[in-house]
Design a protein around this ligand. Sequence first.
Ligand code: NCD
Length: 350
Amino acid sequence: MMRGGQSGEQRRIPMAAAPLFHLVDPNGIDRALLDDLCALTTRVRTLAKHPDGARFLLGLLPDRRAMLYFVQPSTRTFLSFSNACHILGIRTSEIRDASTSSEVKGESFEDSIRTFSSYVDVIVMRTPEAGQAARAAALMNRIPRPVPIINAGSGRDHHPTPALLDIYTLERSFEDRGGIDGKVIGMMGDLRRGRTVRSLCHLLQNYRGVRLVFIAPPQYAMGDDVKAHLRNSGIPWVDDARLADVIGDLDALYVTRMQTEWDTDGDATRIDYADYGVGPANVGHLKPDAVIMHPLPRGPEIHPSIDDDPRAMYWRQERNGMWMRVAILLKIFQADRFVHEVDLDALTRN
Ligand code: NCD
């Protein structure tokens, strides 16, 4: 394990955050943990750019195995978790279709999860039903050989890892402007069923002076449960905003797609994207230093021409997701201190 002294700039190891075991929802993630994960993500990114740094990362967790249990469609979350594991030397097994697991023979969800846990050291799971990651974590807490559960999307409920990569992307975007504190963040689209914005609202309670602006068709307004949480945390929000009225006030515009897969009547397909989209007609009204984010995949709500706008952060956001997931795995396996302690200058000098 490489360690050593380092320059003053890189010596700023953040305040020790509490250890992380399960990552099921954003509740309980405090500012110390967020700052720690963000600092870790930046160090991982820097290390990975250099061949010696990449080899150092690869040697950190070669004795660990991960189960990627993704029985709901996924491109980014699956690939970024899979690659995050491989960056750290973690070997992976996967189930991507429930019809290939013994669940089709009637095995219960609990027995399936317990079985996975027999072979691996962490389970990353995406399921169509809300609350299943919490059920898996509760099961782990009852058995003699528990392994950590990472929620990679549970129904319309929560998706904590995009919220973490969103925090990282926002902090990075605003690093010369005091970070997320004090920023006005607009969230637009299907806020009721979009799990990433729901989780992000929970994490934003850790920042001072943040204001939220919700821009959504009335039937897809942000859920009352999230609003109750914001109220308890003292985070002000504006509901029912029209993009045209608020666009010039926003520091970040977080756009989401209509979650049509949950539609029962095709209602979301009838949304007018002129009111809930960004394109050449309205992007000029955004502040010059604002950022445009999207958890992806996108639909018509962001015109492809916006990709070339320097304010478009969604491709960077996507890549940040892989680095943040490396940081999460390091934290869960308590290997983060090796990354905090490594002499970055010496390792990346040549
Ligand atoms: C999100 C998801 O799966 O909830 N995507 C992702 O994690 N990259 C957002 C979405 O599907 O709209």
